[in-house]
Each structure stands twice: as C-alpha cells, then as structure tokens.
Design a protein around this ligand. Structure first.
Ligand code: THU
Length: 142
C-alpha cells in the first residue's frame, strides 16, 4: 500500500491499474500488465496490454491508457502507474517511455508497481535521460 508521503490519489490510481490488468489480453506472453494515467484534470484512465496472434500488432498497457486519455481530450499526464504481477517493480518499456514523454513534464510521476504496491515515483528524466521530445521540434509539451 502507498506510504505516508504518497499523494492522496495514489490508492485510486493503483486500483485503476489493478482493474485494468484484470482485463489484459496476454495469452501469448502470459504477462498481464495494467496501467493507469492521472491527467491534469484529475481524471483517471486505465489501460491493459492487448496482444495479438500477429505478435508485433499487440500494444502495451501504457499505450492503451494514454490513448484513452487523449481520446477524452486531455494532453497532460500528472502521474502514471504501471503494474505487472511480479514482485519486481515493472518499469515501462522503451517505446512506452517515449510515449509517456510526449505528454509529460518535469513534475510527472511515473510509478512502477508490483505485487507489493505502487512503488516509488520516478521522473521522466530518470527513465529517459537525453530524450528526444516535443521540445526538439520547437514545440512545447503538452
Ligand atoms: N508490456 C506492457 O504492457 N508494458 C510494458 O511497459 C512492458 C511490456 C506488455 C507487452 C506484452 O504484452 C507483455 O507485456 C510482455 O512483454
């Protein structure tokens, strides 16, 4: 469970990721993943991995959660929690780090969760140093 200094929304974010993970379609890897995004508005969007018989066509849980946020008209990730089933905290894959970056800022918290809870928050700079982000194209994100 979240520790004392954790933000108040963390339990809800964890519950949303758990709920999303329960719907994962992962018959090939047998590695269900859930993700939950908290947007700037405070809304929470869940996503799970959705695998495919044509393996590369599958998508990650973070991708699904971010797509749900964007589809709702939002563009700013305040926090995201990624949750596997193992004890080890599940860190986002490289491609998903890039996808998170697109909608994040220095304040964005990235929780890498596991069996024992949501884990500690990391920053985008920790997960993807020297990144190529929207700023490199003269754009301000988000
Ligand atoms: N997976 C995610 O959903 N997110 C990640 O950040 C890591 C990997 C999924 C993809 C695939 O369905 C399964 O986990 C095994 O790689």
């Amino acid at each position: 469970m979240p520790n004392a200094g954790a933000p108040t929304y963390l339990s809800a974010l964890f519950e949303a990721a758990l709920k999303a993970r329960a719907h994962a379609h992962a018959p090939y890897s047998r590695f269900p993943v859930g993700a939950a995004v908290r947007s700037a508005s405070g809304a929470i969007y869940g996503g799970c991995n959705v695998e495919n018989a044509a393996y590369p066509s599958g998508i990650c849980a973070e991708t699904a959660a971010i797509a749900a946020m964007v589809c709702a008209g939002e563009r700013e990730i305040a926090a995201i929690l990624v949750l596997g089933e193992g004890e080890e905290p599940l860190t986002p894959c490289g491609a998903c780090r890039q996808r998170i970056l697109e909608f994040s800022g220095p304040q964005t918290r990235i929780y890498c969760g596991g069996a024992s809870g949501p884990g500690e928050a990391l920053t985008m700079a920790e997960l993807l140093p020297h990144a190529f982000g929207p700023g490199r194209l003269g754009r301000t994100a988000p």
